[in-house]
Design a binder for this molecule. Structure first.
Ligand code: SF4
Ligand code: SF4
Length: 441
């Protein structure tokens, strides 16, 4: 075993350890949300996941970005089979360990190359759409700073990784044909063979140096990408699947009742029904969190809403369909998801720093204004458009419930409606005894 293998093993262990740590933190953060049991209609859920997450059925509704995304996704998944060979070679000091597969190996490497080219082209087109054509949904207010850098960074990283993969193969072929060291003639190279003229005139030593550099760049890039995921919108690569599995299966516009309120109303209507027990205090991350009506902070949302927030790809399809946003209102459902995710991450950092949750004086409402919340028509165009079945409306409704029921804050236009419900048991300005008066005279 050479020094290269030892360095590789240390890197691999280090990157895997970091990744496991990041995933543990992510799961902890998602579990800061309220418990919600979602395990019904399992068959329907598996088929939804196969259709929407694996088959990307909602992505291709917009054919150009949809097909490009399918290419990048397929390339990402399939080319990573190659990583398995790279890892084994890196650990054992072998070279192209799967080459014993013969003709099948040729097919594999050939397909990886075609896919690598397609991914590369797709990423270049994505970059052009973002940076040159400046498609509107990528330039909304919430897309400045880190979100834009994140999107660009990942596209550039993909282009560099695919480029390194193809150049590695091009130099490898020449070295194999020259019979240098452990390089062996194996695989088929429909794309990288076109790059050979750039390298043909180089000495063996230079080619070995280049081939090894591309090899290391490729694998170190992938390990870095793995640990970059938890800080990026690209986390959806992992979370899209569970997030779609746990989708809301009820009609989109169905809004869940609040069990305690329902219990109170039932008890008022029928005195034989006892009022609900007062809610128990929740313990979250070592601290007591009061049970509230609606959502003041992330602890009041369900874990599914927090998973939604982490699964958001920031694609902006929701915002581009939102009638409130389209008519110039402040609301952007994408921003709601990004703000929720950023708040969860903020709470997570406090817990990491202090060992338990300590109120930092902020909440979801520090990031999302009342004006945004009240602009929502609950039409659900956003949930319909979302390629990973995220539900921003649930967060909006829960936050509104908090405003109304805990803070007595509402829109002036709604005040008389609330008063009427309270006094007359209906949204109208007359009592139940007067409801039929319109039929008289
Ligand atoms: S439900 Fe609300 S946030 Fe979603 S599209 Fe309709 S108005 Fe916009
Ligand atoms: S909520 Fe869905 S549609 Fe909206 S930006 Fe996130 S992933 Fe895209």
């Amino acid at each position: 075993m050479g020094i290269g293998n030892i360095v590789f093993i240390i890197l691999l262990i280090g990157a895997s350890f970091l990744f496991a740590k990041n995933i543990r933190r992510l799961v902890r953060n998602i579990n800061l949300g309220k418990d919600q049991k979602i395990d019904d209609r399992k068959g329907e859920r598996w088929s939804l996941m196969a259709r929407v997450a694996l088959g990307q059925s909602k992505m291709v509704v917009r054919p150009i970005p949809g097909i490009l995304h399918v290419l990048v996704y397929a390339g990402f998944v399939i080319i990573n089979i190659e990583v398995l060979e790279i890892v084994i070679d890196g650990v054992l000091g072998t070279h192209r360990v799967f080459s014993f597969l013969g003709g099948f190996y040729d097919v594999l490497i050939g397909s990886f190359e075609v896919l690598a080219l397609l991914v590369l082209v797709a990423c270049v087109i994505f970059l052009i759409r973002r940076e040159v054509l400046r498609i509107k949904r990528f330039w909304n207010k919430e897309m400045g700073g880190w979100p834009r850098t994140d999107a660009t960074l990942i596209l550039v990283m993909e282009i560099l990784l695919m480029g390194a993969f193809l150049k590695m193969n091009a130099t490898d072929q020449i070295l194999a044909e020259r019979g240098v060291g452990h390089y062996i003639v194996a695989g088929s190279y429909p794309i990288s063979s076109m790059l050979r003229p750039f390298f043909e005139g180089m000495s063996d030593g230079t080619l070995v140096l280049l081939e090894r550099s591309y090899w290391w760049f490729h694998i170190v890039g992938i390990l870095a990408f793995l640990n970059y995921l938890p800080y990026s919108k690209h986390l959806h690569i992992l979370l899209a699947f569970p997030n779609v599995w746990y989708s809301k299966l009820q009609p989109k516009t169905e809004i869940a009742n609040m069990p305690r309120v329902t219990g109170e109303v039932r008890s008022m209507m029928d005195p034989s029904i006892p009022p609900p027990e007062p809610a128990a205090q929740n313990m979250v991350a070592g601290a007591e969190v009061p049970d509230r009506f609606g959502a003041k902070d992330i602890f009041d949302l369900s874990w599914k809403s927090l998973m939604d927030a982490y699964s958001c790809t920031e694609c902006g399809r929701c915002t581009s369909e939102c009638p409130a946003n389209l008519t110039g209102k402040l609301l952007s459902p994408r921003k709601i998801m990004m703000d929720t995710r950023d708040r969860v991450a903020e709470v997570g950092r406090v817990i990491d720093a202090k060992g338990k949750w300590e109120d930092d004086g902020n909440s979801l409402h520090s990031r999302i204004t009342d004006e945004e919340l009240w602009a929502c028509t609950t039409c659900n165009a956003c949930t319909e458009a979302c390629p990973v079945n995220i539900d921003p409306v649930n967060i909006i409704v829960e936050m509104r419930r908090y405003l109304v029921m805990e803070e007595s804050k509402t829109r002036p236009a709604l005040t008389s409606m609330f008063n009427n419900v309270e006094n007359n048991g209906a949204p109208w300005a007359f009592g139940p005894d007067k409801r039929m008066e319109w039929t008289e005279g």
